[in-house]
Design a binder for this molecule. Sequence first.
Ligand SMILES: Cc1cc2nc3c(=O)[nH]c(=O)nc-3n(C[C@H](O)[C@H](O)[C@H](O)COP(=O)(O)OP(=O)(O)OC[C@H]3O[C@@H](n4cnc5c(N)ncnc54)[C@H](O)[C@@H]3O)c2cc1C
Length: 261
Amino acid sequence: MEIKILEATGDDQVVADAARVSYDGKGRKSTDDQLIRYLMRHHHMTPFEMINVRVYVEAPIFVFRQWHRHRTFSYNEMSGRYTKFEDEFYRPIGWRKQDGKQTSHDELYDIPKADDLMNEAYRTSYICYQELLQLGIAKEQARIVLPVGMMSKMYASGNLRNWLGFLKLRLDKHAQWEIRECAKMIHDELEKKYPIIMEAWHEYHFESVTLTLAAQCEIRGDEWVGSSGEKAEVAATLAELGLDRILEINKAAEEGLEHPS
Ligand SMILES: Cc1cc2nc3c(=O)[nH]c(=O)nc-3n(C[C@H](O)[C@H](O)[C@H](O)COP(=O)(O)OP(=O)(O)OC[C@H]3O[C@@H](n4cnc5c(N)ncnc54)[C@H](O)[C@@H]3O)c2cc1C
């Protein structure tokens, strides 16, 4: 997979200047750093739309399927109707085991049988693709035998607010490893170009945790009603915050027991 940032306009100051127009650049004397952190903290996000970032991506089609769900970007992708696909397929550096319904562990396994199956499927589908083309079948139809591991190319362009939204979702541990890798590459480039913005985003958006009303009740020891799924989510949030002790205290109180601590 390959990502190239083709254009990343402006700098941290562009965002601060855009925000300062609110009061005509007069009066308040906050630094760019203070102002950007204030904007991020209070979710005043339109100044971040003043920056545009355009990237070139080479990735498998299954990554593009996920990426294209982000509707606020502009895209141009290689057309399988006009261009013959090259014999280029995505080969993972290792295999991940299924974990629950959707996700996988990040741990990688070397499974030669899985390599063989993948290579055989890629080889067969590409031979069939070429034979269909040799029969004079149009590229737009011949491609139907190609798998989602086929590599494709695209341009994606959007303002920085869009990219921050993309990164929040696609750097998350729940996102698939492959798109997470793409998101990491973009993130690292944005960090170099917009250090103040990215630091504030980390602090106030990416690393922030939403406390639902149920979680607040749990912390206060108030009663609340929720499904077992929601209870597990609240427990996970409190554990993430290092507050899982509160769950034990509340449980002990419910059962009329004295908490050991
Ligand atoms: C871990 C993970 C698992 C996922 N699993 C699935 C799945 O199983 N099935 C599935 O179908 N999708 C799945 N998705 C895709 C997900 O549902 C979103 O489509 C995708 O993450 C894009 O998010 P978005 O709509 O916020 O982004 P964008 O489309 O970029 O939109 C950005 C923001 O603009 C606003 N916006 C954009 N368009 C509209 C609109 N039409 N109406 C109102 N507001 C709008 C919203 O505030 C939105 O948050 C998954 C995503 C992730 C990260």
